[in-house]
Design a protein around this ligand. Structure first.
Ligand code: PA5
Length: 446
């Protein structure tokens, strides 16, 4: 099971201060559990692991099987932010690193993503791939009005209707959106797409365990039941009102460190498969806490790769950093470093050792070095990378995020700041209704 270790923070904090922050965290926990805090109409995520009906999973599996029967070998999942990052994180963490290049994977259904940017290269290169494959699409948007996925979907829908005909394209498109409102909902009803609902009480960045994540994860061939099991066990563990609750511990320590001047938290992993855990986590914490002029800035790095780029700053730059290391205790593979009788590279001291052992020593050495450099070390450990532990990590970070934001005194479940760029973009693109704002912007750009 997931464990939190705060030993790497002891040189930086006094026990008495940590105890005070645990009290704050328990008070915030009470607000979250009693559902009396700001944004309390967005707490549906809390019981998703234990409340997900089996019928939702079998519906997703039925789509996977129907598409496989048609020979579909590429599913394009279209979405952005909370409608993208959880599924992307799971697919990256659980897939073979070279799945695309492996001959044995040629017949499987590959999941790729679109609508998470507005790059012309990206969408047109994706269409190159679509032309070579037998495709289906999942379009995900809670609001049903987000520009990036909407415009990507328009393009892909148009291509699919030309390639397969309108009726067959409709069989190959599934929408995940609001039950009633939004352009995607009305379009799906009109076109007769199979649709999954994102409940009103679950915000985008807390939606990975809804159809937003469940459908793509099932389509990619992973065991969603195990993921929900891991999340359900964490739901139970993190519901305990206790100083030993890992979500309380993590929330308490990061807020204490923040108040002591550690304004940036870096999520660290030592496995490239977890790169998108960092991306998902950044959105969760950045959008939940960064408001009202407050909030820890969330960053992420992948070691040992980034020790050769960001390592210098972390060791030696401005002392405003704390690190949260996501440690994986065991590898899913086993490979030892070979012996070389010539030993020209001088590496025979490593012969017979597992790569994973070297990685673990790099992690340990780095944690100690960064502590010496003034960077407190929080550690979240799981036994190995699999569906169960990923589910536990998702739920753990969500619960700790709710507690943490309430300690900070902000509403974890809104995101007023993301509207500003959208208004400017609409004005600059000439969207009807934004004429006055367009004039204002033009004056500023002169
Ligand atoms: O967390 C959030 O609410 C956002 O990041 C959204 O997920 C993101 O903006 C996408 O929104 P939508 O699902 O409405 O297209």
């Amino acid at each position: 099971m997931l464990k939190v270790n705060l030993g790497g923070c002891s040189p930086f904090v006094k026990d008495a201060d940590y105890k005070k922050y645990v009290e704050k965290a328990l008070a915030a926990f009470d607000v979250l559990e009693s559902e009396t805090g700001a944004g309390n109409d967005f707490l549906g995520w809390k019981h998703l692991p234990t409340n997900t009906p089996e019928s939702l999973i079998t519906d997703c599996e039925a789509i996977r099987d129907a598409w496989k029967a048609k020979g579909v070998n590429l599913v394009i999942v279209i979405g952005i932010g909370g409608s993208y990052l959880g599924a992307k994180c799971a697919v990256e963490a659980l897939s073979h690193s070279f799945a695309r290049q492996l001959a044995s994977a040629k017949d499987s259904m590959e999941v790729v993503f679109a609508g998470q940017n507005l790059s012309e290269e990206y969408i047109s290169e994706l269409m190159d791939l679509a032309k070579e494959r037998n495709i289906a699409a999942v379009v995900i948007s809670k609001s049903g009005t987000t520009t990036e996925p909407a415009v990507a979907f328009r393009q892909i829908k148009n291509y699919m209707e030309e390639k397969y005909g309108k009726a067959e394209a409709a069989e190959r498109i599934v929408a995940v959106t609001d039950a009633r409102k939004g352009a995607l909902k009305s379009l799906s009803t009109q076109e007769g797409y199979k649709t999954f609902v994102i409940e009103d009480n679950v915000g985008g960045r807390f939606s990975v365990l809804t159809p937003v994540g469940i459908l793509p994860i099932v389509l990619a061939g992973f065991d969603i039941r195990m993921m929900l099991k891991g999340a359900a066990e964490m739901e139970e563990t993190s519901a305990r009102r206790s100083a030993d609750n890992p979500a309380v511990q993590y929330a308490a320590m990061r807020n204490l460190l923040y108040d002591q001047g550690k304004k940036i938290e870096i999520l660290v992993s030592y496995n490239p498969k977890l790169q998108y855990l960092g991306e998902w986590w950044k959105q969760l914490y950045g959008e939940s806490e960064g408001k009202d002029g407050k909030g820890i800035f969330p960053a992420s790095v992948n070691f040992t790769t980034d020790l050769h780029s960001m390592g210098q700053y972390i060791q030696d730059g401005e002392r405003i950093l704390m690190e949260t290391v996501v440690s994986v205790e065991s590898s899913n593979r086993s490979m030892t470093i070979v012996n070389d009788p010539q030993n020209l590279d001088g590496l025979n001291f490593l012969s017979g050792k597992q790569f994973e052992h070297c990685n673990a020593m790099a992690e340990l050495g780095t944690r100690l070095a960064h502590m010496d450099g003034g960077v407190p070390q929080l550690q979240v450990s799981v036994e190995r990378i699999n569906e169960y532990n990923l589910g536990a990590l998702f739920y753990f970070f969500e619960k700790a995020c709710g507690i943490s934001a309430y300690i900070l005194g902000v509403n974890p479940f809104n995101q007023p700041g993301v509207e500003a760029y959208k208004k400017n973009m609409f004005a600059l693109l000439g969207k009807p209704g934004y004429e006055a704002q367009a004039e204002e912007l033009k004056k500023r750009l002169k």
